[in-house]
Design a protein around this ligand. Structure first.
Ligand code: GLC
Ligand code: CA
Length: 641
């Protein structure tokens, strides 16, 4: 049904895109979705809401929303035979490597492929099945590899193509798999395509990017970049502008040009020919832009922190382009795909991942990353009850044929344990609680380097400690807006991605055993107090030992990978409990999401303990701070729950 101003809120809610957009807007306003189900509110027409809102929303707000809601979602494929019924990635545990910070093998202070090869046995012993490698392609490094100069070459700082081939063979020899990072919403401005387009606007590359005419005075529209400032760069060489949603050296590719799509398919096949097992697709939901690049709505911009996103985060050809990429690039190789999809909600995620639609295998959804009404740079304490609400919602409503990813830390966010307990209190218990939740729920877990060690946010003391372009640009923007330096630094510190990018803490030795040389970014010495891989491997009660045991437990119990999920005690604050059940086994998990004791739930029969994040377990009494326990249910009496 085409939605118009005459449509009611109930009509909007009935459309998958509408429900996701409404949920996102309400969440950003710090409101719940409950009132959407109120019968009076549901009957309101958009035109009435528009009148009620008056001048509180920008003039283009409703047009922008309607355009988004009417974005076409192609019907499912008639033939659902495109994915294997039981693909390997549904039972896999992934581990993300950010190569620059993982391990330095030649002591120049920068992590590299040789360093990853040195640690392959460590990764095998941890028990992970697959590695996701953040970009290792040739790049000027404006966004540390997310600005690719040559998709078929390895960055010299990281090593050579021979090193890459050795790495891939080493991964496969150990029975693991490797996926690459496919960064194709944009290329570096130093990429040969962009350089050719600069030299010869009328030539074959002239339409590979979003070039728009106009003098240097004003950019073609009001969109802002994710990294502060306008999303447009003026090109004196050509006398026009080019679009960049990220840094001014990350130029957006024009996917509406079929030649661009063919190039991407070619490079995907080039790596798959080499034997890699799939890709994580960087900001892949941004590839289709609304024709004419309409102005971004101010109200939406203010809510999410940048302007224009409603015109590209779910563009009109997104599904079509993904299907082409899959049929021509991924499917001939049976390759795996997980899309990074910021801003996409649960229902849109299912449109992108339903197997019969043949687009992506999984997505990374970010709705759980910040509590409602907050953005990453706000200094606040994350409430795990919100994580619970998110998980209950997804586990209950994500269609059974779709499969979700489970993750907390990545290279793009501060460390989760520090978001929950900034003081560092209960660090071990909190880190292991998060491990239990991630490794016993339905979906595919993705760990991020250092998470298995309980690595925490860094005590950076000045802006000079930071390296990330996003942080440096935000700091500058805040100063330009008149903020005192201390205030600007405090805001950047709350959200900087550099918290996750300090060297992995391998030992208590110099530079945490990452390198003999001064690292490109400094850690704060946390490794000295036992928080390092060497000491933790020797300690059976460490976070590392716990992760290793939990991954092994997941592998040993089919209920944990394949089982149904049923939550118990859902209405109880600070308590998370669930049963995982498959034919011959039921596993019960219970967690305390807080730092104070909470009551245990009644248990469904006789139990044996499979895992606990406390050294001794009292079966009765209260759950201690962040306590988590996993039981096998011996006699099942689920009706008692
Ligand atoms: C993704 C990456 C992030 C990068 C951005 C631009 O969000 O994960 O690190 O800055 O895309 O490529
Ligand atoms: Ca190095």
């Amino acid at each position: 049904m085409r939605l118009t101003l005459r449509s009611t809120l109930a009509d909007v809610w009935a459309s998958p895109v509408g429900a996701d957009v409404l949920s996102t807007l309400l969440r950003q306003l710090g409101l719940g979705t409950a009132w959407v189900t109120n019968p009076v509110v549901r009957r309101l027409r958009l035109s009435q809401i528009k009148a009620l809102a008056g001048s509180r929303v920008g003039p283009g707000f409703f047009d922008a929303i309607l355009r988004l809601l009417n974005t076409e979602a192609p019907p499912p494929n008639a033939d659902p035979a495109t994915t294997a019924p039981d693909p390997w990635w549904k039972r896999a545990v992934f581990y993300q490597i950010y190569p620059r910070s993982f391990k330095d093998s030649n002591d120049d202070g920068i992590g590299d492929l040789g360093g990853i090869i040195e640690k392959l046995d460590y990764l095998r012993d941890l028990g992970v099945d697959a590695l996701w490698l953040s970009p290792v392609y040739d790049s000027p490094g404006d966004d540390f590899g997310y600005d690719v100069r040559d998709y078929r070459a390895i960055l010299a700082e990281f090593g050579t193509m021979e090193d890459f081939d050795r790495l891939l063979a080493g991964v496969h020899d150990r029975g693991m798999r490797l996926i690459m990072d496919l960064v194709v919403n944009h290329t570096s401005d130093e990429h040969a395509w962009f350089q050719a387009a600069l030299r010869d606007p009328a030539g074959p590359y002239g339409d590979y990017y979003f070039f728009r005419p106009g003098g240097p005075e004003a950019p073609p529209n009001n969109w802002t970049s994710m990294f502060s400032g306008p999303a447009w760069r003026y090109l004196p060489e050509r006398g026009d502008w080019a679009l960049h949603l990220f840094s001014s050296k990350q130029m957006d590719l024009n996917w509406d040009n079929p030649a661009v799509r063919d190039e991407v398919i070619d490079l995907v096949r080039w790596w798959l020919d080499k034997g890699v097992d799939g890709f994580r697709l960087d900001v892949i939901n941004f590839i289709s832009k609304q024709p004419g690049l309409p102005a971004g709505d101010e109200t939406i911009g203010a809510l999410i922190g940048y302007r224009g996103a409603e015109n590209y985060f779910y563009g009109p050809h997104l599904h079509e382009y993904l299907r082409q990429l899959r049929t021509e690039g991924f499917d001939p190789y049976g390759a795996f795909s997980v899309g990074e999809t910021p801003g996409i909600g649960r229902r849109m995620s299912s449109l992108l991942t339903a197997p019969e639609r043949a687009e992506l295998d999984m997505v990374f959804n970010f709705d759980h990353w910040e509590t409602p009404g907050k953005v990453r740079f706000d200094d606040y304490r994350y409430d795990l009850n919100y994580l619970k609400a998110y998980l209950v919602d997804w586990m209950t409503h994500y269609p059974p044929s779709c499969w979700m990813s489970l993750f907390y830390d990545t290279h793009d966010t501060p460390r989760w344990i520090s978001k929950v307990e900034p003081s560092g209190a209960h660090r071990r218990e909190l880190a292991t609680l998060l491990a239990v939740i991630q490794l016993t729920l339905r979906g595919t877990p993705f760990l991020y380097q250092g998470q298995e060690l309980g690595m925490a946010n860094q005590r950076f003391t000045s802006i000079d400690d930071l390296r990330d372009i996003e942080s440096l640009r935000l700091y500058r923007e805040l100063l330009d807006a008149g903020k005192p330096p201390a205030e600007a630094f405090a805001r950047v510190l709350a959200g900087t991605r550099d918290h996750a990018r300090t060297p992995v803490q391998w030992t208590a030795g110099p530079h945490a055993g990452f390198s003999q040389a001064e690292p490109w970014i400094r850690g704060d010495g946390d490794e000295a107090t036992g928080w390092n891989a060497q000491d933790e491997a020797a300690d059976p009660d460490s976070v590392l030992s716990f992760y290793t045991a939990m991954i092994a437990l997941r592998r040993a119990h089919r209920a944990l990978t394949d089982g149904e999920v049923r939550f118990v005690g859902t209405t109880r604050r600070d308590y998370l409990g669930y049963l995982r059940t498959c034919e011959d086994e039921t596993v019960f998990v219970e967690c305390n999401l807080s730092a104070h004791p909470v009551r245990r739930e009644r248990r469904p029969g006789a139990f044996t303990l499979l895992a606990s994040n406390y050294p001794t377990v009292a079966l009765d009494g209260r759950l201690r701070p962040y306590e988590a326990a996993v039981y096998r249910v011996v006699t099942v009496r689920p009706e008692r729950l």
